[in-house]
Design a protein around this ligand. Structure first.
Ligand SMILES: C[S@@+](CC[C@H](N)C(=O)[O-])C[C@H]1O[C@@H](n2cnc3c(N)ncnc32)[C@H](O)[C@@H]1O
Length: 231
């Protein structure tokens, strides 16, 4: 991470009041793809990390049973809460939490995790840790929209400010998801430096959990390596 969490939080606190104005076409396309791919069922619980002013959490709260928005900037969270109140959206709750400590309430069973334009603030090692933390929540689906590199990093191009951003290559993110037991099921290129990845629990990991839940055991020969195929 090129800045501390406190620095990022302070930067977004300052921006919060006018954050929603003048968003780029690519940002809007990315947010829209994240919402579409998240597609929660009516009884699903969604966790939205780096939720900001609620660009993803609020539309999903129209479809899901519960949406938990987490962010490090109280200023951004306050904007999100105001918008939820204006729209009368009750299934959504906003509070402090971070990628590697998402502060999921004990009574929540997360089905879908989303994040848009936020994870690129973490270093690649921290992104891996965050993806492991998310995978431990055992959601069926993870939808990550973000600044990510489909080719060479180009600071002259939009979306990447080297002093605050640390975008990963798509390959690094794909490896992190597959190592965590998730298979990529969709890759959407929005711009050479912006994309959306959809990762779903791979069969073996889902079966392991089902066996754990029922107290059963897996048949011999089913090792971890069989579950994390590249798409
Ligand atoms: C560019 S905004 C995106 C907000 C929203 N997801 C959207 O699509 O508009 C990035 C957000 O990530 C938050 N953030 C940065 N680092 C974070 C971390 N480690 N954990 C949680 N949120 C973080 C910032 O406070 C900010 O609200």
């Amino acid at each position: 991470m090129k800045q501390s969490l406190e620095d990022h939080a302070a930067r977004f606190d300052e921006k919060a009041g006018d954050y929603d104005e003048s968003k780029s076409e690519e940002y809007r396309a990315c947010a829209s793809l994240v919402v579409d791919h998240a597609a929660p069922d009516p009884d699903d619980t969604v966790l939205d990390l780096g939720t900001g002013t609620g660009a993803i959490a609020l539309p999903l709260a129209e479809d899901a049973a519960r949406v938990i928005g987490r962010d490090i900037s109280e200023g951004m969270l306050e904007q999100a809460r105001e918008k939820a109140a204006e729209r009368g959206l009750e299934p959504v709750e906003f509070g402090e939490g971070r990628f590697r400590e998402p502060a999921v309430p004990d009574d929540a069973d997360v089905d879908v995790v989303t994040s848009n334009f936020a994870m690129h603030h973490l270093s690649d090692a921290e992104k891996r840790e965050a993806i492991d933390v998310i995978a431990d929540l055992e959601p069926d689906r993870i939808v990550l929209g973000d600044v990510m590199l489909f080719g060479e990093a180009d600071p002259e191009e939009p979306f990447y400010s080297p002093e605050v951003d640390d975008p990963a290559t798509v390959g690094v993110l794909a490896d992190a998801f597959t190592d965590a037991g998730y298979a990529l099921t969709a890759v959407e290129l929005v711009h050479d430096q912006v994309g959306v990845l959809v990762a779903e629990r791979s069969g073996a990991r889902a079966a392991d959990s089902a066996a754990d839940a029922s107290g059963g055991s897996e048949p011999d020969g089913d090792d971890e390596s069989s579950g994390a195929d590249e798409p």
